[in-house]
Design a protein. Structure first.
Length: 268
């Protein structure tokens, strides 16, 4: 049982919803990221996603795009993000850490090299936005051998037939994209979420996390009852951006923001 499975099983057993938080590695610089990660945990995050900066993101809204640009401008690459996780692990051996990014970075490093380095750094899994399940077999097998989770996205437009294809190949959890659009979009609606979650549950026992468009305690409280947890990213990245010229303020600001989210989903 890896860290992700153990943490989500504990939360499910306790009847609590998971809070998954996202920030971009190296934004606004590498020295700010590890303190920010620890602040997310002390604020109440159960799982941390670290974005791997990429020049041509396909699913990211303006906030996350700009965070990648800032991280790339100071030279942050996949190896640097792995070093960030390794440094985080010096103080925190328990909190699950996922990388979220694009296949291009992994392919350039090489699948086996990436998996070996990810395990060595203390990574628990990865979300690869542009990797379709039909093309994931080689990497998924290498990750499975090292107990790393490959987490897949399912969207409102995903057909029942495709859900049946994707769900059995996933591990860790299913990431349900709550809206048609990019990260940080402002048109979150809940009316179509529950039926799609039911379709997913028919094909897997994995926990299901809902992300995209969840910005604050109110929106988190709205969708948390529909699944096993929520993913919050763009609003946290915006907090980083707002404090980028005073990086010592980033960790306290994130901590306060996550506490508000934690309180909201703990008091449904």
């Amino acid at each position: 049982m890896n860290r992700i499975e153990r943490r989500l099983a504990d939360l499910r057993g306790a009847g609590r919803k998971a809070l998954v938080t996202f920030i971009t590695g190296g934004d606004p610089d590498r020295s700010a990221t590890v303190p920010a990660m620890h602040a997310l945990v002390t604020g109440g995050a159960d799982v941390i996603e670290i974005g791997v900066p990429f020049s041509d993101p396909e699913a990211e809204g303006p906030a996350v795009q700009k965070s990648s640009e800032r991280a790339l401008a100071v030279g942050t690459r996949l190896l640097d993000v792995l070093d960030i996780v390794r440094e985080f692990r010096q103080r925190d051996a328990e909190t699950p850490v996922l990388l979220m990014g694009y296949l291009n970075s992994v392919e350039r490093m090489g699948y086996r090299t990436f998996v070996d380095r990810a395990v060595g750094a203390g990574v628990d899994g990865m979300i690869i936005v542009n990797l379709p399940p039909e093309e994931s077999g080689e990497l998924r097998q290498l990750m499975r051998e090292r107990d790393l989770d490959l987490i897949f996205l399912i969207a409102p437009t995903t057909t029942p037939a495709r859900i049946a294809l994707i769900a059995p190949q996933a591990s860790g959890f299913i990431y349900y994209v709550a809206l048609k659009g990019v990260t940080g979009a402002n048109h979150l609606r809940t009316d179509g979420i529950a039926p799609q979650i039911e379709r997913i549950r028919a094909h897997t026992d994995l926990p299901i996390m809902i992300g995209f468009g969840i910005k604050d305690g109110a929106s988190a409280r709205l969708v948390a009852p529909l699944a096993d947890g929520v993913v919050v990213g763009s609003s946290l990245v915006t907090t980083v951006e707002r404090n980028r010229n005073q990086p010592e303020r980033i960790a306290p600001a994130l901590n306060e923001q996550v506490r508000e989210l934690r309180t909201a989903i703990d008091h449904l």
